[in-house]
Write a protein that binds this ligand. Structure first.
Ligand code: NAP
Length: 464
């Protein structure tokens, strides 16, 4: 039995490692997800049917049905644009589960008199990271959903308070390791974890939440790993460690793609939506910016005469679910002999790979997708750069205006194209809340309206 269970854990661990490897490219990502499902099934089935501690399925079956119903409902009804919120909620539940397991195990083992120091240390870490993930993720969800103010909340001595809270949790952990009978001190670790989750996320703006969510993901992984040590469950240790390190790497990579240091994201109170630092100094009212507007017919005419087109999708494409319309336009242009490529920014949209997922859903060929570094020099030879609901990732202020909050963030050189066509609904700013000079450039034309509707009209115009 034990051999079979360990074999199922080995299969699960291999699948998890391969999952991460396959998820690193959009070409293989679907296979990666499938491997993850297989790995998780092997781990769950191996535990349920082969673990000696599982005596009855009664409670497990109830939890399985309830969890599956909630999970299915979430994946069916939560829209793609709300993915960061959904992920934050999942992490909150994951953290809570780990923390509750830690509390129960501590109480149970203490009662049985089998609580050694190593196990107590692992359980303490599990409860601490579990609860910090729980409240931190709920805060992140609340900020993104607008249930609590998305602006960073700062006060004097904030970092000192956090450091003191962290130090007290550490002290309490050392105390229970020395004397595992101190159940109140053990509980205090959990309480500080709950508090720190709130304090940690308070000063971070809604804008930076995806980075925070990814970091909380790594905390959830550490909690799972600690659970594995406490329960002597190897697959939990491995899965938790993979989750912990990949979450941390992802947060750092996202910060880099925004040209922000990781510490600036965590302590910089960015994302206030404060437009006073807009490009060129004081923010001009959006309506005052003079732009060239074009009709759908004029846009279609520009496309008809274009040989080289680069499409730059952004968050607005996700909002309007315009990915299928984008593909339809690309196909119409290709039928006319135009070369169409897509420029994918690492932080376009609101989560890593957001644009890749949407375009894959619309069956856009992977080989037409180009990363920033691979396509940024080609705009000069491009007839039309089509910006679909993107703003910050094409804002030249990131290159030209040192006082801009996005200065230094790598952006697409779209302004070098012969003509830039921007699809957006109106004068709305992007994620960083600042003005965009691109819209007022002489070679830029704005086609206002929902991106999907505009694109569908352009395709009809080209066909007609
Ligand atoms: P963005 O700067 O947020 O701009 C999106 C634009 O889409 C808005 O200006 C909006 O203008 C337009 N829009 C919204 N709904 C639309 C619709 N239905 N049809 C047409 N246009 C629509 O987006 P981005 O250029 O993709 O930049 C992403 C930003 O998110 C960056 O600042 C990045 O740092 C940040 N971020 C990304 C991640 C990530 O992992 N991807 C994580 C954290 C932060 P209107 O309202 O006028 O339509």
């Amino acid at each position: 039995m034990n051999v079979l269970m360990n074999a199922s854990y080995l299969i699960a661990s291999l699948c998890f490692i391969l999952t991460l490897q396959q998820l690193s490219s959009p070409k293989t990502a679907r296979r990666g997800v499938l491997l993850g499902v297989i790995g998780m099934s092997a781990a769950v089935l191996g535990t349920m049917f082969l673990h000696p501690d599982i005596k009855t399925f009664r409670f497990i079956a109830v939890a399985l049905v309830v969890g599956s119903l909630i999970g299915s409902a979430m994946s069916i009804w939560i829209p793609m644009t709300k993915m960061p919120e959904r992920i934050a909620l999942s992490h909150a539940f994951g953290g809570l589960a780990a923390a509750l397991v830690g509390l129960v195990e501590f109480q149970h083992r203490g009662h049985e008199g089998v609580l050694d120091r190593v196990t107590t240390g692992a359980l303490g870490l599990e409860v601490y990271f579990g609860f910090i993930t729980f409240t931190g993720s709920l805060m992140a969800f609340g900020k993104l959903q607008g249930l609590i103010g998305g602006a960073p909340f700062t006060y004097r001595g904030q970092n000192l308070t956090n450091v003191l809270a962290f130090a007290s949790a550490l002290l309490a952990l050392v105390w229970v390791i020395i004397d595992p009978s101190q159940s109140t001190v053990f509980l205090a670790i959990g309480v500080v974890g709950l508090l720190l989750g709130v304090l940690f996320v308070l000063p971070i703006g809604g804008a930076d939440m995806p980075v925070v969510i990814s970091l909380l993901n790594s905390y959830a992984g550490l909690a799972a790993s600690a659970t594995g040590f406490a329960l002597n469950n190897k697959v939990l240790i491995i899965a938790g460690a993979l989750d912990g390190t990949s979450g941390l790497f992802l947060s750092v990579m996202m910060s880099r793609a925004m040209n922000r240091s990781f510490t600036n994201v965590l302590f910089g109170a960015f994302g206030t939506g404060d437009t006073t630092q807009a490009a060129g100094g004081a923010a001009a009212p959006a309506a005052a910016v003079l732009v060239n507007q074009a009709t759908v017919e004029e846009a279609a005419e520009l496309f008809r005469s274009a040989q080289q087109v680069i499409i730059i999708p952004g968050y607005g494409m996700a909002v309007s679910q315009a990915q299928h319309a984008v593909r339809d336009l690309a196909q119409a242009l290709e039928a006319n002999g135009t070369t169409v490529r897509y420029a994918i920014h690492p932080v376009a949209g609101r989560m890593p790979g957001h644009m890749n997922v949407l375009l894959a859903e619309a069956n856009v060929p992977y080989d037409q997708l180009f990363d920033l570094d691979d396509i940024n020099d080609d705009f000069r030879q491009t007839d039309v750069a089509l910006v679909v609901g993107a703003n910050d990732i094409v804002n030249p202020a990131a290159k030209t205006t040192p006082q801009s909050p996005i200065y230094g963030m790598p952006v697409f050189n779209v302004e070098l194209a012969r003509t830039v066509i921007v699809l957006k609904r109106g004068a709305g700013s992007g994620f960083s809340g600042i003005e965009n000079d691109l819209f007022a450039k002489p070679n830029t034309v704005m086609v206002y309206g929902d991106a999907r509707k505009t694109l569908n009209s352009v395709v009809s115009e080209l066909a007609g």
